[in-house]
Design a protein around this ligand. Structure first.
Ligand code: M6R
Length: 365
């Protein structure tokens, strides 16, 4: 039931503060991660992990890409991420003590399941699943499972499943990192930051009117470019995927540093450029990328916090987000991009919950 909402997608976007909290429930205290809550075997399984191989498709793949930044940063363990449809059809080199991690909202995605079955035959150390559907094939076939508590997701465009996947992945990363030298202070700092996320997402939801206003600028556009750096690059990819899926506007995501290596040639007044730029260590570099776009007459849409100090000017629209911890920023910065694509789609009159040519669960190749 959509209740007061016009579409399931909008309802699901607004459920995020609650389901993010639910995904943390019982798995973290005020300051630490409860390893036991990940399963009684979690301690043993995570102990000697030397490499993590993440496999997923679509939005779940983007969650995996964010997790790679976290795992290498916090756990000091190399991590590879690949889309399942590529992984399953090539020969791969298995590094010692590799944890195989599948991410899937439905737990029924054909390519992801095929990759898992192959990995088990090939002798990976153990298979961990992050999934939203209890009893799904993925859950049944994995050694360790972290369920996201998003509740049923009806909109084809994944929203709350993605942000809860990120929460589960961050909790997993902290459990893994603890075995590999992460200090108690750093763990506490991040867990405390995680507790702030539901409130911060609420603050972003309160910006919906402002974002709806901005979405009008996209009505007559055929193309768009999304930029981000570091762990915000996958957030940009996810933002671009949402816009393509439901508004049918061609959207491409680039790491901002790649601009000069090609896509800058596309930038003119017909090419809106969307950037996610929290005030992290990359903000200064991102600002010079923004200048490059502006100098070519591009219209910029910047999602940043006030301390990033990016001022609105002609052709620069700035949406000010709450200040967030660098590690949890990808979760919070996803939400305004969901709202943007939703409002563009509504204005364009597309079938938001059931976009053309797409299915909720891709159970065939
Ligand atoms: O159920 P899964 O997470 O395995 O699904 C993977 C993709 O099919 C899915 O994320 C798809 O990209 C969504 N429609 C994105 O909004």
């Amino acid at each position: 039931d959509k209740g007061e909402y016009r579409h399931y997608m909008l309802k699901e976007i607004h459920e995020q503060p609650r389901v993010i909290k639910a995904t943390m429930e019982g798995r973290v205290t005020a300051s630490r991660v409860l390893e036991q809550a990940l399963g009684t075997e979690a301690g043993d399984l995570l102990k000697d992990v030397r490499h993590v191989q993440i496999i997923a498709c679509g939005t779940s793949y983007h969650a995996g890409m964010v997790a790679r930044y976290w795992i290498e940063d916090l756990a000091d363990i190399p991590c590879s991420v690949e889309v399942a449809s590529e992984f399953r059809y090539r020969k791969h080199v298995i590094q010692q003590d590799t944890l195989f991690l599948c991410i899937s909202q439905s737990g029924e995605t054909a390519d992801t399941l095929a990759a898992l079955r192959q990995a088990k035959k090939a002798g990976f150390r153990a298979a961990l699943a992050i999934c939203n559907v209890p009893g799904s094939s993925l859950v049944r076939e994995s050694d360790l499972v972290i369920m996201t508590q998003a509740g049923p997701e009806i909109g084809v465009a994944s929203t709350k499943a993605f942000t809860t996947q990120l929460v589960a992945l961050l909790i997993f990363t902290l459990a893994l990192a603890r075995k590999n030298g992460l200090s108690e202070e750093r763990e506490t700092e991040i867990v405390q930051a995680l507790h702030l996320v539901p409130g911060q997402v609420n603050d972003v939801l309160a910006l919906e009117g402002e974002i709806a206003e901005i979405s009008k600028r996209f009505m007559d556009k055929n193309h768009s470019l999304f930029l981000g750096r570091g762990s915000q690059f996958p957030v940009a990819m996810e933002g671009a995927l949402k816009l393509k899926e439901i508004s049918y506007i061609h959207a491409e995501a680039y790491p901002a540093g790649e601009l000069k290596h090609g896509p800058l040639a596309l930038v003119d007044s017909e090419m809106p450029v969307i950037t996610v730029a929290p005030n992290n260590s990359m903000a200064e570099k991102l600002k010079s990328n923004l200048e490059e776009v502006r100098a070519r007459g591009g219209e910029l849409f910047v999602f940043a916090d006030s301390s990033a100090n990016i001022k609105p000017e002609e052709n620069i629209h700035v949406v000010q987000l709450p200040e967030v911890h660098e590690i949890t920023a990808p979760i919070v910065y996803t939400v305004p991009l969901q709202l943007l694509s939703y409002h563009v789609a509504v204005l364009k009159g597309t079938d938001v919950d059931q976009p053309r040519n797409l299915a909720k669960s891709v159970t065939v190749e």
